[in-house]
Ligand binder design. Sequence first.
Ligand SMILES: CC(=O)SCCNC(=O)CCNC(=O)[C@H](O)C(C)(C)COP(=O)(O)OP(=O)(O)OC[C@H]1O[C@@H](n2cnc3c(N)ncnc32)[C@H](O)[C@@H]1OP(=O)(O)O
Ligand SMILES: O=C([O-])CC(=O)C(=O)O
Length: 452
Amino acid sequence: MDNKQVIKVLSDSIAVTSNIDKDLFTKMGVKRGLRNEDHSGVLAGLTRVGDVVGYERQEDGTLKPIPGKLYYRGIDVEELVHGIQADNRLGFEETAFLLLSGKLPTKENLQAFSSLLAQTMPLNHTATMNILSLKGKNIMNILARSVLELYTYDQDPDDITPDNLIHQSINLIAKFPSIIALAYQVLRHDQQGRSLHIRHPHEDFSVAENFLYMMKGPGKYTELDVRILDLALILHADHGGGNNSTFSVRVTSSTETDTYSAIAAGIGSLKGPLHGGANVKVNGMLADMKKNIKDWNDVEEIDAYLTKVLNKEAYDRTGLIYGIGHAVYTISDPRAGLLKEMARELAKEKGREDEFRFMELIEERGVEVFLNYKKAGAKQRTCINVDYYSGFVYDAIGLPEEVFTPIFAMARIVGWTAHRIEELNFSSKRIIRPAYKNVRPLQEFVPMKDRK
Ligand SMILES: CC(=O)SCCNC(=O)CCNC(=O)[C@H](O)C(C)(C)COP(=O)(O)OP(=O)(O)OC[C@H]1O[C@@H](n2cnc3c(N)ncnc32)[C@H](O)[C@@H]1OP(=O)(O)O
Ligand SMILES: O=C([O-])CC(=O)C(=O)O
């Protein structure tokens, strides 16, 4: 038997060994995907960091869909964003302080915190050389490897005392933009034969501006570009404890492992196309739609394409319409609404209004076609999620697809660290260790000579 045949024998076995009938979950009272029959999540923990609300439970136990709400440390994110915008300032640093400390910063707190972040952004020589040597096309993968490497530069990587956790958190929040921008410059140099630019972050720039500066260079971005990237960072900073990447960080942290290992787990989760990786998939799906739909106003043509996607006959043939659906939200994802307001402004500035209108129509038809197609298999209501407009926004401000999901990580590192700190510090903490019911009947050991 050659190598190919061994692989074939093992891969053929997957269809049998990995198959677990959907009905068995109901029969054995196991919550598939840790989700109840009505699609609500199984309660797996308590948190004081963030809250995601998409429905109300009625007296009869059923769920009533409501417009989505997101709270950071008890503050409505729509109010946070509008409050920051009303004062005409950027807000990612303020949001990070709020999520880490539980309180809005005073002017003095904010100045000191922003300045500490900016001072911490530069990568040391060894970290820079390490990223230069990392081969690979996927920046999420490079980010995870770089984070694991940071363990070796930390004097006390395994120390989980509060001071050290905060120190490590600030270091990671500050370093993510620099790692991502550098990894992109290396990739561009390597894959496209372009000049390699390693730009040192400015101490008086915000995180959003520094990222655009390191990616694009001076004078290559507008004030609106900075404002919209800052908004995207605010909106992606946290999403409660149950989203897959934060939960991964919490699960890993509950073993009391080091910060770098826990964050690498979060990065690995976020990279997936059902989670943070969806922003790249939406971009690809829209490009495919632009190519295949002749009349961008033709509802029938759009519906036919979307039905083909659901039938696994179009785009990536997974059966998923990316950017649509959410585990919690029903009527709306508040982040998508806020991002859409800015995307409209951006589309006007960049002369891409036709494309924006096309996206709006796909948004409307996508939800409708999906609900009609899934019928009882779907929630009563569903909506677009934050990933639907984010790719359009990043593309419009001249950022390449390779950094779409890494930008999500650049923001979510705040939530991950806040949840990790909470996981390690609540008085009644316990290692997360649920149960799995084995549904494989027993089999007898057969001596080698008798095997077929
Ligand atoms: C930042 C974020 O992570 S936001 C999410 C980004 N992901 C995407 O945009 C990918 C597309 N969307 C999806 O895959 C899903 O909506 C998810 C993963 C976000 C949520 O999935 P679930 O919690 O299972 O949603 P829900 O309970 O409403 O799903 C009901 C059924 O509809 C399917 N479904 C949900 N959304 C979609 C979709 N956009 N396209 C096709 N089928 C879908 C689910 O797979 C599920 O099918 P099943 O019962 O056969 O398992
Ligand atoms: O909450 C979720 O399941 C996914 C999500 O929107 C996020 O993490 O931002």
